[in-house]
Design a protein around this ligand. Structure first.
Ligand code: FPP
Ligand code: MG
Length: 308
């Protein structure tokens, strides 16, 4: 696909720090893979709104750098050992280098926005990053606790959905659209669906494909939607005890994980993700038909079908 090739090329071209170790660490993460959904959505939204998708390329690249920076930082925070099916950057280069390379990539993104974007875009994107950081702290503060559905949605909205919202809004604005709110909501709903499926994959995914071990969220004491969707059918006290354990046994985790699936937590999560996407599709219908819009619809279907 032409857009994807342009994205891959520009992602490597714009990453040009003077210090070799920053380049190596940044490249390690970028070359580790990723679906490039954020820059794709940015460019497609630009095309859908009547602009030339190429005009949104550096903005999409900036948004992918923000995503990359957040992963570098997240893996340090989580003490993760793997990312995208291989050793995480913090493991290979150390926490300090991973954090600082994340800082570099985040600043590079804002640099790209100040060169190719405008003030409204910078405001939107920096707000998204503030929301991400806040959501990460909220998630961290709730580790070991059984959280409410409201808290869960507050967390996933901040940590994932707002960046998708920013991608669609920035791309559409670059294409000349003034209805920023509708664009943002399309992305936001896609992002919620994306994180719901991500959380579902933690229960039923193939770890070879996702690059992450199954049952990891439970093990880390994190409540996600599959569990919440069936919590009334489970022994609440038992679940709370397991989530609060610092080093739960593998068998205990696996037993709860399997129970959640048997009770239909996987189906309920998929349905909830579909609801979000249906709202997004409804909003998308306000825009004229085009190949770009078709492609956004295909990405929406991919969000739910991936690795399942
Ligand atoms: C992965 O979540 C983490 C995120 C989606 C967001 C992380 C955001 C920050 C660290 C704050 C923003 C910082 C900058 C510099 C932009 P996860 O742990 O649920 O997913 P995983 O299993 O892929 O690690
Ligand atoms: Mg993580």
């Amino acid at each position: 696909m032409v857009l994807l090739e342009a994205i891959e090329k520009r992602l490597l071209e714009e990453l040009n720090p003077k210090v070799r170790l920053v380049l190596e660490t940044g490249r390690y993460l970028i070359e580790g893979g990723g679906k490039r959904l954020r820059p794709l959505l940015t460019m497609l939204a630009c095309g859908m709104c009547g602009g030339d998708p190429e005009d949104a390329l550096p903005l999409g690249v900036g948004l992918e750098y923000i995503h990359a920076a957040s992963l570098l930082h997240d893996d340090v925070v989580d003490g993760a050992k793997s990312r995208r099916g291989r050793e995480s950057a913090n493991l290979v280069f150390g926490n300090e280098v991973a954090v600082l390379t994340g800082d570099y990539m985040y600043a590079k993104a804002l640099h790209l926005f100040s060169t190719y974007g405008n003030m409204e875009m910078i405001r939107l994107v920096s707000q998204a990053v503030m929301d991400m950081a806040e959501a990460q702290v909220l998630e961290l503060s709730k580790v070991g606790e059984l959280i409410t559905e409201e808290e869960y949605f507050q967390i996933i909205e901040g940590k994932t959905a707002v960046l998708f919202g920013a991608c669609v809004a920035v791309g559409g604005m670059a294409g000349g659209c003034t209805d920023k709110d509708t664009l943002y909501e399309i992305g936001l709903r896609m992002g919620r669906a994306f994180q719901l499926i991500d959380d579902l994959l933690d229960y039923v995914g193939d770890s070879k494909k996702t690059g992450k071990p199954v049952g990891n969220d439970l093990k880390e004491g994190k409540t996600t939607y599959p569990l919440l969707s069936v919590i009334d059918l489970l022994d609440r006290k038992e679940v709370e005890d397991l989530l609060s354990k610092l080093n739960p046994r593998e068998e205990e985790i696996d037993s709860l994980r399997k129970k959640v699936v048997t009770l239909g937590g996987d189906k309920k999560t998929k349905e909830r993700a579909m609801e979000e996407l249906n709202v997004a599709k409804g909003l998308l219908s306000r825009f004229p038909e085009s190949s770009y819009k078709e492609e956004i619809l295909r990405i929406m279907d991919f969000v739910v079908l991936r690795e399942l």
